[in-house]
Design a protein around this ligand. Structure first.
Ligand SMILES: *Cc1c(COP(=O)(O)O)cnc(C)c1O
Length: 467
């Protein structure tokens, strides 16, 4: 541990002032001091513009939240209108149009299957709520022994203590492990785990068989199984066959466990359908949503639940209710941003337009499929990923070393080309907002390939790299 330097700063240097005073997320601040921060002035559609006028294409949607660009005129207008009406009010004992409309519209998008919406502010809180609801619903139904959770290897569900307990990412978890109430971790259906002659479907079945074994061993003890449908994003965009979700659904039904679908990253059209679960044709018992739901504007998360879970709490006894709250539960501004976001989905037929965009970007990146320096080039909906083939790189992306060096170098190379891309270890991924036109898509593909070329060139040359 070193004492942190406190550089004297002038009022003009935003990046230096930030380093001095702001504790940045998911960041070793000593390393950040060597890598200049980008001080932003404003956003414009898919672009972020810094204080010096440099433009960066936000190809990861600002940590997967932005759907329709920055400073979107339609979302802005909705927010301005809402500001003149009601900025916030408590949701216990009160209600308002934005929160009711949003709950109605989301329920309708599930065909009414997930008929109740519980609101919070960030993704991790939504996961906490889903875990608590599952346990408490079982307890109210006389099954208080169901108090264990199952999560998937390399899964990510957020970083508060409860969410971290069902997260299997060593880098985020290890330091806090002694504080956690451990969940069972079962095999990932990650299609990259296919052995010789195996298909992604085989991998899905193999992973589900392991879950079946666990649920049998712990019969009567498991409250819920939590999964990230179709893409385990933080694991490094690990994609799987939808069959896995059908098998999890069937196993949960057979063994009497809830299925929690964490759609915080994969919901809101990211995988090609509004909810990722739709592609498997199954609905979970609880579904978490955040990130894109407010268009990337304001913190908003929610848990959608089936009637059966809601009904388990519906009683004369106060303590059998779900006595959970957050100060900003159901914030009207955030809900209005979400309604404006849903309006754009409906008015512009966004899912169909994205299918066309996706085809073009897949084509633009096509050379990666047979590039010996890249493996597992994969795509689902508006997510693309590939893994760099590095000398002696461990397969676990978050392990520092060559993968970490690659990630930093690639980030720097992409940034120099005006693209914001932050690889997860050796995995480069693109998760752009849903507003790219043809020229921007082609340009993004070219810059991505160029950044990959120069990064791999530098690594091959054994060049000294910024660590
Ligand atoms: C981002 C994410 C979370 C946590 O959301 P926060 O708003 O960052 O707390 C949970 N689950 C998944 C799948 C996520 O991608």
């Amino acid at each position: 541990m070193d004492a942190s330097p406190r550089p004297p700063t002038g009022p003009g240097d935003l990046a230096a002032r930030s380093l001095r005073q702001v504790w940045h997320p998911c960041t070793q601040m000593k390393q950040q001091a060597k890598l200049p921060l980008v001080a932003l002035s404003h956003g414009e559609g898919p672009w972020l513009v810094d204080t010096g006028g440099e433009r960066y294409l936000d190809a990861i949607s600002s940590w997967w939240v932005n759907l329709f660009g920055h400073a979107n005129p339609r979302i802005n207008a909705a927010l301005v209108d809402q500001l003149g009406r009601l900025e916030h009010a408590m949701l216990a004992g009160f209600t308002h149009e934005p929160v009711v409309s949003l709950a109605e519209r989301l329920s309708a998008l599930t065909g009414g299957v997930l008929g109740h919406a519980f609101f919070a502010s960030d993704g991790a809180s939504a996961v906490e709520i889903a875990l608590k609801m599952s346990f408490h619903a079982w307890r109210n139904q006389g099954h208080g022994d169901k108090r264990e959770f199952v999560c998937v290897r390399n899964g990510y569900h957020g970083e508060t203590l409860g969410a971290l307990a069902v997260t299997d990412v060593a880098l985020f978890r290890d330091a806090y492990d002694p504080l956690l109430r451990h969940a069972h971790v079962v095999a990932s259906p990650d299609a990259r785990n296919a052995g010789d002659g195996e298909t992604s479907l085989d991998v899905a079945r193999r992973a589900a068989a392991e879950l079946d074994t666990l649920l049998t061993q712990r019969e009567g003890r498991i409250a819920a199984v939590i999964v990230e449908p179709l893409v385990q994003c933080a694991a490094g965009m690990a994609m799987h066959d939808p069959e896995y979700l059908r098998l999890v659904r069937a196993l949960c039904d057979r063994h009497g466990a809830h299925m929690i679908a964490d759609e915080i990253a994969v919901g809101c059209g990211r995988t090609g359908t509004f909810f990722a679960s739709e592609q498997a044709g199954v609905w979970p018992d609880l579904l978490t949503l955040s990130k894109g739901i407010s268009g990337g504007y304001l913190p908003l998360s929610l848990v959608l639940s089936r009637d059966a879970i809601y009904d388990a709490f519906y009683d004369d006894d106060t303590a059998r209710g779900f006595l959970h709250s957050h100060s900003y539960t159901g914030n009207p501004l955030a809900c209005r941003a979400a309604l404006a976001t849903l309006d754009i989905f409906a008015d512009d037929d966004v899912l169909a337009a994205n299918a066309v965009r996706a085809q073009r970007l897949t084509q633009g990146l096509g050379s990666l499929a047979d590039d010996p320096r890249a493996k597992h080039f994969r795509h689902r909906g508006m997510i693309w990923a590939f893994d760099a083939v590095l000398p002696e790189v461990p397969d676990v992306p978050e392990v520092p070393g060559m993968a970490g060096t690659f990630a930093k170098r690639f980030y720097t190379e992409a940034r120099a080309r005006g693209v914001l891309l932050r690889p997860i270890g050796a995995t480069v991924y693109l998760m752009p907002p849903y507003v790219l036109d043809d020229d921007t898509i082609d340009w993004l593909a070219r810059q991505t390939l160029a950044a990959f070329d120069s990064t791999m060139g530098a690594i091959a040359a054994g060049q000294e790299m910024t660590a």
